[in-house]
Design a binder for this molecule. Structure first.
Ligand SMILES: Nc1ncnc2c1ncn2[C@@H]1O[C@H](COP(=O)(O)OP(=O)(O)OP(=O)(O)O)[C@@H](O)[C@H]1O
Length: 284
């Protein structure tokens, strides 16, 4: 899906430039206990991109992440990581680092012990531990404390440090900025920027539209288990009020998102907040 297309199932014009696709999710479906949780999620993430996933509580963001990482079986749709279906070849998951909001490290292990265990699992030298702890700026006093005794911000940093140990090409971060004090949040934002600078691909969910607007090259708005709109964010989002046959555009509620490359003269610029509420059909 893409602001350059009129369909909701077609991938974002994947290769109009030289970058490859890090993650491609199409028409994902998932039911749990008879309830349809995902019903048409699509994400198209280019390599090196920072990509935001936003949507109301319960929209299906975490479930999408679980499905695309193979932690939950899917009922329909496809997932491709760097061109490989992880269900066919799960070694591609070695290129991915993951941090969920709550389930992270073993509660009774010290951060260093948990990270040493992870190093062993990944087959990477334990000297990566100090490098990654420094990268996230975790206070030295926390390194040898049990994970359960850390503050929320320390837990988040320790979890991200662990996810970086094997130098993944793609980071999937579930609400990495939520519940943090302003200083820790700023550090996390810097880290996401640093990851982008180093060429990594970062996909993260958030409820903070300002963070997503500031950090992301592209955003997907998910509601009721489906992707409502996916669009680049790097410059601005341009919309027209009515569809026109000669202009490729993606509907986002009341408005139609057009390509930023060659927008019609009467296209209007909107911010992510307006796009979000329009996509959700909420009057502001
Ligand atoms: N194991 C489960 N059993 C039953 N329902 C589930 C399960 N996991 C998720 N759900 C339901 O699926 C829906 C989507 O949940 P999910 O956590 O993916 O949403 P989310 O977009 O990440 O929400 P939030 O922004 O609040 O974190 C919710 O209605 C949730 O209750």
């Amino acid at each position: 899906m893409h602001a350059n297309t009129t369909t909701t199932t077609e991938p974002r014009d994947a290769q109009t430039d030289d970058t490859g696709t890090a993650l491609e999710v199409t028409a994902l479906e998932k039911s749990i206990d008879g309830s349809r949780i995902l019903d048409g999620v699509g994400l198209s993430v280019r390599e090196g991109e920072t990509y935001g996933v936003v949507g109301p509580n319960g929209a299906g963001k975490t479930t999408t992440f679980r499905c695309l990482l193979g932690l939950l079986p899917v009922d329909g749709g496809s997932v491709s990581l760097f061109g490989t279906d992880p269900r066919m070849d799960d070694t591609v998951l070695e290129r991915v680092g993951v941090v969920f909001e709550y389930e992270t490290l073993q509660p009774t292990w010290s951060v260093r012990d948990a990270m040493a265990h992870a190093c062993h699992g990944y087959g990477v030298p334990t000297d990566r531990i100090e490098t990654c702890l420094a990268e996230v700026d975790l206070e030295p006093a926390a390194h040898d404390r049990e994970f359960r005794d850390l503050s929320k911000g320390m837990k988040r940093k320790a979890s991200v440090a662990t996810a970086l140990l094997h130098e993944p090409d793609l980071l999937v971060l579930d609400e990495p900025l939520s519940g943090l004090d302003p200083g820790t949040q700023a550090r996390m934002r810097e880290l996401i920027d640093d990851l982008r600078e180093s060429g990594r691909t970062v996909v993260f969910s958030s409820h903070d539209l300002d963070h997503v607007q500031a950090l992301c090259d592209c955003v997907a708005v998910i509601a009721d288990g489906r992707t409502v709109v996916e669009t680049p964010l790097s410059e601005s989002v341009r919309v027209i009020e009515e569809p026109r046959p000669e202009i490729e555009a993606e509907q986002a509620g009341e408005v139609y998102v057009v390509s930023d490359d060659d927008p019609p003269a009467d296209a209007r610029t909107i911010d992510l907040e307006e796009l979000y509420f329009s996509a959700l059909g909420v009057e502001t």
